[in-house]
Design a protein around this ligand. Structure first.
Ligand SMILES: [Zn+2]
Length: 452
């Protein structure tokens, strides 16, 4: 480990926190496109704030399409560090502090974007500043790439590609340590059909890539007592049943989770479907439950179950709506390991849905992303991790997609540490000052190692 890098970062801690505070103060949530601001005015402001910080350190900058900022050091970039400056919305009433004022509580820095991804972006900037200020010799160049549309589909990277190529080695500090080298493939499907039905309306879930925590229905020709008696005693989902006239209102509370980790959630949609099928006999409704049984997250019922060292396939019925006419529409999120390809999964899902007289439409389709564990680049990052953190590095496979999903050879290197819940995308998101500094030290070593 290079002690000079540690000393440099440590002696500039306050400036790093100040830079992060300036970025957090800009609520860079994606907005309506405006002239000269493809993702709205606030993400653009964050982009220009970062440009100012880069130039303060003497880096050459370029802005592409008002969407992406590059800061370069040295010729012919070998390494790209790709971070994003846009954030997800924050509703102030759920926070203990103002989400857009970086607040330091005993070394814990609270603010929207602290971990995702403004803190890591600042760490990368200061890492490059350390390498430059200490005169660490590099043979190859480095490019910091700051985008503004990661949270909404990474259209910023499409714009970037119109202007420039990615360096041969790219990591994003928008994942987890040590190194994420495998991201499962993803298939998003919308289906529609007609269930027929004795019930009047069903509504559950509104986010296609999440396990729904709420679903409700209005049923008729059943008694509230029968419904109550049909609730399984050990159900992890909670049901509320009320009767008004001929109608029985049932609402179901489950537990939300990201669709890439459905085992952490309790699906309110499938829980409610299963309860309805205990009190009524509708073939259309039974058909949907058969394909998506409550509690099952591995796609067995669709004939999809498979797993390899990159993990197991996951399958989530994330939203479902049924109209009084029986017309229904639902969305399914499937994450598949590297042992199957997109076409195979697509064909199988559509043929099963169609055999149940459900029309099938593909909304998103992505092949898995894999960078071999024994590649030169992954080896360099793992050795940096080991020398700085003093613990064994390892590769991680995930179900979610990171910012480098569509960049050949790209991996995620930080900045979450697996034993900590940073409340990313939630209230009271944070990073600690120590971690901010440690990340900068790690990234400075990575620059020195990859570009030496
Ligand atoms: Zn992010």
């Amino acid at each position: 480990m290079n002690e000079k890098i540690c000393e440099f970062i440590d002696s500039h801690k306050d400036e790093m926190v100040r830079d992060l505070a300036e970025l957090v103060a800009i609520p860079s949530v994606s907005g309506e496109p405006e002239r000269g601001a493809p993702f709205g005015e606030e993400p653009r402001r964050a982009l220009y704030k970062m440009k100012e910080l880069c130039e303060r350190m003497g880096f050459v900058t370029a802005v592409y399409g008002e969407a992406v900022l590059c800061a370069s050091y040295g010729e012919s970039p070998e390494l790209g560090i790709l971070a994003h400056l846009d954030v997800v919305p924050a509703s102030a009433e759920n926070w203990d502090t103002d989400p857009f004022t970086l607040t330091d509580k005993d070394g814990v820095l609270f603010g929207r974007g602290a971990i995702d991804d403004k803190g890591p972006a600042v760490a990368a900037l200061w890492a490059l500043n350390a390498v430059k200020s200490l005169g660490i010799p590099l043979k190859k160049g480095v490019r910091l790439i700051f985008g503004t549309d990661e949270e909404n589909g990474s259209k910023d990277l499409e714009i970037y590609k119109e202007y420039a190529k990615f360096p041969p080695k790219v990591f994003t500090p928008d994942g987890a340590f040590p190194v994420i080298n495998v991201e499962k493939g993803m298939l998003g499907v919308r289906f529609s059909g007609n269930t027929g039905g004795n019930y009047m309306e069903f509504r559950g879930g509104n986010i296609p890539n999440a396990v729904a925590d709420k679903a409700k229905t209005i049923m008729r020709k059943v008694s509230a007592d029968k419904v109550r008696a049909s609730i399984p005693e050990d159900s992890p989902a909670k049901f509320t049943v009320t009767e008004r006239g001929d109608n029985v209102f049932i609402s179901c509370d489950g537990t939300a989770a990201h669709a890439s980790t459905p085992e952490n959630g309790v699906n309110a949609v499938t829980a409610l479907l299963s309860l309805m099928n205990r009190v009524t006999d509708e073939p259309g409704l039974r058909g949907i439950e058969k394909l998506f049984p409550f509690g099952q997250t591995d796609g067995t019922a669709l004939g999809l179950k498979c797993a390899d060292e990159s993990g197991a396939l996951t399958c989530v019925l994330s939203t479902l709506a049924i109209m009084p006419s029986g017309e229904c529409e639902g969305t399914v999120d499937i994450r598949f390991p590297t042992c199957v390809d997109l076409q195979t999964v697509k064909d199988k899902v559509c043929s099963v849905l169609e055999s149940h007289r459900l029309k099938c439409e593909i909304v998103i389709g992505n092949e898995p992303h894999v960078v071999p564990e024994d590649s030169d680049f992954v080896g360099q990052l793992l050795s940096v991790y080991e020398s700085v953190e003093g613990e064994k590095g390892r590769c991680i496979a995930i179900g979610g997609g990171t910012y480098v999903h569509n960049i050949d050879g790209g991996v995620a290197f930080g900045a979450e540490r697996s034993d900590t819940d940073y409340h990313m995308h939630g209230a009271n998101e944070f990073i600690t000052t120590d971690e901010l500094c440690k990340d900068a030290v790690l990234y400075a070593h990575a620059i020195a190692e990859v570009c030496k």
